[in-house]
Design a protein around this ligand. Structure first.
Ligand code: MEV
Length: 339
């Protein structure tokens, strides 16, 4: 039976955080573990729904300067993965809408969704996964009055597949659940509450890049040099296990050292960038305990670990003096939430 008859609210609203991968990006796509934490920059989605004979959706993104309406034909084609012409940047959100309708067995619904986000786009901080997650949360809260973060995570993954090709699922997982997540592709994630502060500095190179391209470059390199790259993946696996122990003990020196090694391996995998390396060195010379690129690399963001908040601020100032868009981060245990 359709859920449309038991609509609790004609509005839905949800917010979702950004994310930082501490260890294990790229190798996670190939089955090794990774660790990510939720970052308190948030996206917010608000939806108004009404009954309709057939599904229709308008998505407004003032930040991207976009407003796109999806007819029921277009939504049907998207839902059947049959839309191969004229893709729009908001297709992943429309696909999420199709999957929400499917999973809640809702037939006709006209929805207008407005999304807003303070997360830099394409910078390795999970902006696409956050916007997909808050959108799914808003749709589900309008339909059900409440949201289940695991259901949101699952549906948001469909959007991530459309955006990134073959993502591991770590971004939408940590963004939906919040806190710290130990993640292996295809397995149930292990979520832990963040108890101690992890004083991170983030510097955005503002160099645009495509996660899908970087992931496929690493896959191609793995194909060409399977033995050498497998060694690197195994090494990252070990870093992740040690990193988890260091996090649990709040051993920041150990964490920093592991971050440095992980960055070296990501460089060897071909996903660093001269500006990322420069920011890594500025942070280290400014006293960071460790620094690495985060996310897909090729541009995007660098993260540096400081001893404490005061040192984090000093490292941030050094990076800003060098022209970086740098900020200190606040991590969060809050994943997707209604608003
Ligand atoms: C992107 O945030 C992290 C990558 O490992 C890709 C993925 O896990 O899907 C590069």
């Amino acid at each position: 039976m359709s859920h449309i008859n038991k609509l609790l609210d004609m509005n839905g609203c949800a917010t979702a955080p950004a994310k930082v991968i501490l260890f294990g990006e790229h190798s996670v796509v190939h089955g090794t573990p990774a660790i990510a934490v939720a970052l308190n920059l948030r996206s917010r989605a608000h939806v108004q729904v009404e009954k309709s004979d057939s599904p229709q959706l308008t998505v407004k993104s003032p930040v991207m300067g976009l407003e796109i309406s999806f007819s029921s034909e277009r939504l049907n084609a998207l839902g059947r993965s049959a839309l191969d012409t004229n893709p729009t940047p908001l297709d992943p959100i429309a696909l999420a809408f199709c999957h929400v309708l499917r999973s809640t067995k809702t037939k006709g619904l006209r929805a207008t969704l407005t999304i807003d986000s303070e997360i830099p786009i394409g910078a390795g901080l999970g902006s696409s996964a956050s916007v997909a997650t808050s959108s799914v949360g808003a749709f589900l809260s309008a339909l059900n009055g409440e949201i289940d973060s695991l259901q949101v995570r699952e549906i948001a993954f469909k959007s991530e597949e459309l955006t990134h090709g073959k993502p591991s699922g770590i971004d939408n997982t940590v963004i939906a659940l919040g806190g710290l997540v130990y993640f292996i592709k295809g397995q149930a994630p292990e979520r832990k509450e963040l108890s101690a502060e992890i004083p991170l500095v983030i510097a955005n190179t503002q160099i645009p890049r495509s996660t899908a391209t970087l992931v496929s470059n690493v896959a191609a390199l793995f194909k060409r040099k399977p033995k050498a790259i497998q060694y690197l993946f195994d090494s990252i696996s070990d870093i992740v296990e040690q990193g988890l122990q260091a996090l649990l003990k709040n051993d920041l020196e150990d964490l920093g050292e592991l971050m440095d090694i992980n960055h070296g391996i990501l460089h060897a995998l071909g996903v660093s960038h001269p500006l990322l390396d420069r920011y890594v060195w500025i942070a280290r010379e400014g006293g960071a305990l460790g620094a690495k690129l985060t996310g897909a690399g090729g541009g995007g963001c660098m993260i540096a670990l400081a001893e404490d908040a005061q040192h984090a601020d000093e490292i941030k100032q050094d990076l800003i003096k060098a022209g970086a868009d740098a900020f200190t981060s606040v991590l969060t245990n809050k994943g997707v939430e209604t608003c």
